[in-house]
Ligand binder design. Structure first.
Ligand SMILES: N=NNCCOCCOc1ccc(-c2cn(C[C@@H]3NC[C@@H](O)[C@H]3O)nn2)cc1
Length: 448
């Protein structure tokens, strides 16, 4: 057993996202998002699940906040649904949507919980997708308008801001692999989307500074940490490409003002180019204050010319996996955080980390011991990272409660709280009480 003491000002939290928990999809003046459309497209989402009801947090947020108080968190990461604020994307502002988030944020503040707000967590207004989505500068300008509305409304109430959640998922999972909304499968489209969202990010940061908004702003890439399956140069290069597409493809433009040349060249070989316009890279590389990092797993990658555009495949090494099939390997978080130092010792928050463990109720309890073990290993690595002098300032468990896990629908459960999707009854799992104790003590005590 080891005791890991965390810094006294370390932030402890949980994370969710609008489309995954709110429900009330046709209420409060909300417009249609690309996920409403995608979920209604046969075969896209397991069981034909959608976010019409989800966890009904639109109506039950006060109960959710009571559970957050019971958990003892001081930080809560959530996202605002753009379609609630500007239902058709760049037209009229929906006051009812703003009022909902004011009620929600006020309740959080009343509970002594710091709001940590993601502006875009994948629920693009459908009207903008119909007109080319992130590859069309109209969407970029619409995002800036939406961001400025939110900045002005919540400046002083919200002090932690993220522009985009998981840009790799927005660009490549959703427009190259076609697994998430809107489901395109085209390399040039995905590169256009990545560039569009980066320009939108940079313009939003410029607005944030120009409007004198209080607080800090950043972006939240997801990590795809990988190590080479063998010592061969081909496997190392395949590994580098896999890591770079999640990280460098977005953070080089932001921190260096240019894309990683080896990846630009790789895509050029595949006939795709980045649609850079005059001034774009200066806009994108606006200084930011923080990074959110989402980490779940890592893999061993090797070269395979048949393995997609990156010619890089993950080798199944027989590691213990979570119920969504991701290997449990907390070491990757430590390695990645050191990799990230090439951008400087920037302030980092782990804005997502958690395990899909589909345990169900057993005599009124959920004994999700595997989830506790996952968190134990990852928090131990986080202590190790902090101990190395890396500016890791806080941790948000994904997720507060079971919710709509995108293409997996409701079958995959990541929550500290179990949600019965028929009754919407919330039941804290054993991991909830374990995390409650870590937060109360501000230390981790490993059980083995
Ligand atoms: N990386 N290479 N993949 C190659 C081929 O993968 C096929 C499948 O791919 C993926 C990759 C990543 C994910 C994913 C899901 N979450 C969890 C959500 N995060 C944001 C929050 O809303 C959570 O619900 N994080 N990541 C899903 C599918």
């Amino acid at each position: 057993m080891t005791i890991f003491q965390f810094p006294k000002d370390f932030r402890w939290g949980t994370a969710t996202a609008s489309y995954q928990i709110e429900g009330a999809a046709q209420e409060g003046g909300r417009g249609v998002s690309i996920w409403d459309t995608f979920a209604r497209t046969p075969g896209k989402v397991f069981n034909g699940d959608n976010g019409d009801i989800a966890c009904d947090s639109y109506h039950r947020y006060e109960e959710d906040i009571e559970l957050m108080k019971k958990l003892g968190i001081n930080t809560y990461r959530f996202s605002i649904a753009w379609p609630r604020i500007i239902p058709d994307g760049d037209g009229e502002i929906n006051r009812e949507g703003l009022d909902f988030y004011h009620r929600f944020v006020d309740k959080l503040l009343e509970a002594g919980i710091e709001p940590f707000c993601t502006l875009y967590h994948w629920d693009l207004p459908q009207t903008l997708e119909d007109d080319g989505g992130w590859g069309n500068r109209r969407t970029v300008d619409a995002f800036v308008k939406y961001a400025e509305v939110i900045f002005k409304e919540f400046s002083g109430k919200i002090n932690f801001w993220l522009t985009f959640n998981e840009p790799w998922c927005i660009a490549f999972l959703s427009n190259l692999l076609g697994i998430h909304a809107p489901g395109n499968r085209d390399l040039q489209t995905s590169i256009n989307v990545a560039h569009g969202l980066l320009v939108a990010h940079g313009k939003a940061v410029q607005s944030f500074r120009r409007l004198g908004i209080t607080g800090q702003i950043g972006i939240a890439p997801n990590v795809c940490w990988a190590e080479p399956y063998s010592k061969s140069p081909e496997d190392q290069a395949a590994c580098d490409r896999s890591i770079a597409l999640n990280t460098d493809w977005f953070l080089d433009p932001i921190y260096k003002g240019s894309y990683p040349q080896f990846m630009v060249d790789w895509f050029a070989e595949a006939g795709a180019t980045v649609p850079i316009q005059e001034g774009d890279m200066e806009i994108i590389s606006q200084p930011i204050d923080l990074l959110g990092i989402n980490y779940y797993t890592m893999g061993l990658n090797r070269f395979n010319p048949e393995a997609g555009v990156l010619q890089s495949e993950e080798v199944d090494m027989g590691l213990t996996k979570t119920d969504i099939g991701w290997p449990i390997e907390s070491r990757g978080l430590y390695e990645f955080m050191h990799y990230l130092q090439k951008y400087g010792n920037v302030d980092v928050y782990i804005t997502e980390n958690g395990a899909c463990i589909n345990d169900d109720l057993d005599n009124g309890k959920i004994n999700d011991d595997r989830r506790i073990s996952y968190y134990e290993q990852h928090l131990a690595q986080i202590h190790r990272i902090i101990n190395d002098g890396i500016n890791l300032k806080g941790y948000m468990a994904w997720s507060l409660m079971d919710n709509f896990e995108w293409a997996e629908g409701y079958r995959m459960r990541f929550g500290l709280i179990h949600v019965d999707y028929r009754s919407l009854v919330r039941t804290p799992k054993e991991s909830f009480y374990w995390y409650q104790n870590v937060i109360k003590n501000n230390w981790l005590e490993t059980r083995s």
